[in-house]
Write a protein that binds this ligand. Structure first.
Ligand code: ADP
Length: 581
């Protein structure tokens, strides 16, 4: 019964509507009590043969029933509104926090598990906060009042009711710990299964190619069976819980009825008193029964509370402590100064990059090349502050990137990476993501530069074509060029192309890069590419090897100097030769 701090916190998002919903829930319960009292009086009148008193009493019962219908629907509406507010605020808060956590978080947390917490977990919290909590308060408040009332009419009735109520409320608490454990197991399995399904669906082409679909299906079946077992285990405990409550409710009601009969037989109370004891003692348990029902609705919220708290309080890899807004009227210079970074806690791991110093001149194109694992992506992650260097610093426009607010820094640097993300929306909506107010002409200009305009134009619906999930209607190359157009439209002073043209064929790649560099129109561009065709026209090429800068120069300088760059050129040719053969 102790409310999880995370759920209490969630409830604060809708304090007033929740208070109203609780008061209304109390009012609904009062109508049940009023009805019980009126019926007791009516039955007593009937027993005494005073039939003329019946019509007004039954009329009053009808009035109470109608009032309850109105109050109950008002209560539901208020509770639903409160729940919706909690849901929206909680999701907003979590999504904003995920944004602050940045890409680095999603490489360690599984996207599917985060999705489950964000969608199902928050739904569970809604049910808990908007349905269970108001009922909990009513259940704690009403039966004691009722008992006090009954004590006046027939004190002996309390002998059966008090122990039964205590058992109904406190008995299940003995199982709380076990229930919490089972709930956590269930939630973890549920989250894991969600993540597995998402990965299997997203990775279907890879699974097919590797002939692993059958094995994956088997693994998913095993996971589903595990979820089934976890559900049954949880249900078993939960049913014991419900069983105790039911036993107490029925035992208590039966005991009260026996006491009422006894008092009627011995004549220690009036007929009205007997009927009151009979009907009101049953009413004592109504809130407990209702609470038990709402518990099942809100149970998922309790299981998800830990996951929600973990997500909400996860620390970003890099804190957002900068205070300067990144606003660069001119394309800025980007400088890496003696930068060192190690993944993990770095105690025994080798640094991924160290002693890296180079300048990407303002308004020029600088290429980063090097064999796989050389540290190219790490440097980009450091520039965008998804990670912070352990030593040295990175400056943009002469200022340490740590001084800028994360949001403005990332807005100022448009990135096109190998993994393009397109949404299930129209092409123009996908393009306008970074600049909602862009005109149609601007869309076309960006698309032309990225070499995708003609293909969009050839589609039956042109720019209004709605893309499938993750842009499935387009080929890999088309998706990349669309992402490129989107980045150009973002109009950020710094443009980063991270293997951005890798899904495009080589001739086209050279054309696009040339076009792009023209269109970049004086932006500071950083190009990371494994194919040298994409970088040979760069103003400056930085060759990385094993986390260090091996050489810096133009294509011709580097070819002349030999070293890693020449090896890359030769390897590239051999590779092309293999492809051609
Ligand atoms: P590149 O982009 O040039 O292929 P990376 O920057 O991805 O190189 O990798 C540089 C080094 O850092 C490699 O040794 C790689 O194994 C390591 N590394 C990259 N990402 C991670 C990570 N998330 N956790 C641990 N090590 C990593």
């Amino acid at each position: 019964m102790i409310v999880h701090p995370e759920l209490r916190r969630a409830a604060r998002h809708a304090r007033r509507p929740l208070l109203t919903a609780t008061l209304l829930q109390g009012a609904v319960t009062l109508t049940h009590l009023a009805q019980a009292v009126l019926l007791a009086v009516a039955l007593a009148a009937l027993a005494r043969g005073e039939t003329d008193r019946l019509p007004p009493l039954l009329g009053a019962v009808l009035g109470v029933v109608l009032a309850r219908a109105v109050l109950a629907s008002w209560q539901r509406r208020t509770a639903t509104r409160a729940g919706a507010r909690v849901r929206v605020r909680l999701r907003d808060e979590l999504v904003a926090h995920l944004g602050r956590l940045g890409a680095a978080h999603l490489t360690t947390a599984r996207a599917g598990a985060v999705r489950t917490t964000l969608v199902d977990g928050v739904e569970g919290v809604d049910a808990y906060v908007s349905r269970y909590l108001p009922q909990l308060i009513v259940t704690l408040a009403v039966p004691p009042l009722l008992l006090a009332g009954l004590a006046v009419v027939e004190p002996a009735a309390l002998l059966g009711l008090v122990p039964a109520l205590l058992l109904a409320l406190a008995g299940p608490r003995a199982w709380d710990r076990l229930l919490a454990e089972r709930g956590k197991e269930h939630w973890d399995t549920y989250e894991g299964l969600g993540a597995d399904y998402l990965e299997a669906l997203q990775g279907m082409p890879a699974l097919r190619a590797a002939g692993a679909v059958g094995r994956t299906r088997q693994r998913l079946e095993e996971r589903s069976a595990a979820l089934h077992r976890a559900t049954v285990a949880k249900l078993r405990v939960s049913l014991v819980d419900t069983g105790i409550t039911d036993l107490a409710i029925q035992g208590g009601t039966a005991a009260a009825a026996l006491l009422a009969c006894w008092s009627a037989v011995t004549g220690s109370t009036t007929a009205t008193g007997t009927y009151l004891v009979l009907l009101l003692s049953s009413e004592c348990f109504r809130p407990v029964r209702d609470l038990s029902r709402e518990w099942h609705a809100g149970y998922l919220g309790v299981s998800a509370a830990d996951g929600l708290a973990a997500l909400r309080t996860a620390e970003p890899a890099v804190p957002d402590t900068g205070t300067v807004r990144a606003r660069w009227p001119q394309p800025p210079e980007v400088r890496f100064e003696d930068v060192e970074f190690t993944y993990g806690d770095g105690a025994d791991a080798a640094p991924a990059v160290h002693g890296v110093t180079f300048t990407a001149e303002a308004g020029r194109t600088t290429a980063l090349v090097g064999p796989s694992g050389a540290g190219k992506s790490t440097l980009l992650a450091l520039l965008l502050r998804h990670r912070a260097p352990r030593h040295g610093r990175i400056t943009v426009a002469g200022r340490d990137v740590a001084d800028y607010t994360l949001d403005s820094l990332r807005r100022g640097i448009a990135v096109v990476s190998q993994e393009t993300y397109l949404f299930h929306a129209s092409i123009s909506d996908n393009l306008r993501l970074a600049r909602p107010d862009a005109t149609d002409d601007e869309l076309v200009r960006a698309a032309r530069t990225a070499g995708i305009h003609d293909e969009i134009d050839a589609l039956p619906d042109g720019y209004a074509t709605v893309l499938g999930e993750r842009g499935a209607t387009l080929s890999g190359g088309q998706r990349q060029r669309l992402a490129l157009a989107r980045a150009l439209l973002a109009d950020a002073p710094v443009l980063v192309l991270d293997e951005a043209t890798s899904a495009v064929d080589e001739r086209r790649e050279a054309d696009i890069v040339r076009e792009l560099l023209n269109a970049a129109g004086g932006r500071t561009v950083l190009v990371v590419a494994h194919r040298l065709a994409a970088v040979r026209h760069a103003d400056r090429i930085v060759v990385l090897d094993g986390g260090r800068v091996d050489a810096v120069g133009t294509h011709d300088d580097l070819v002349r100097a030999g070293g890693v760059y020449t090896e890359l050129v030769t390897a590239g040719r051999t590779h092309e030769g293999e492809l051609a053969a």
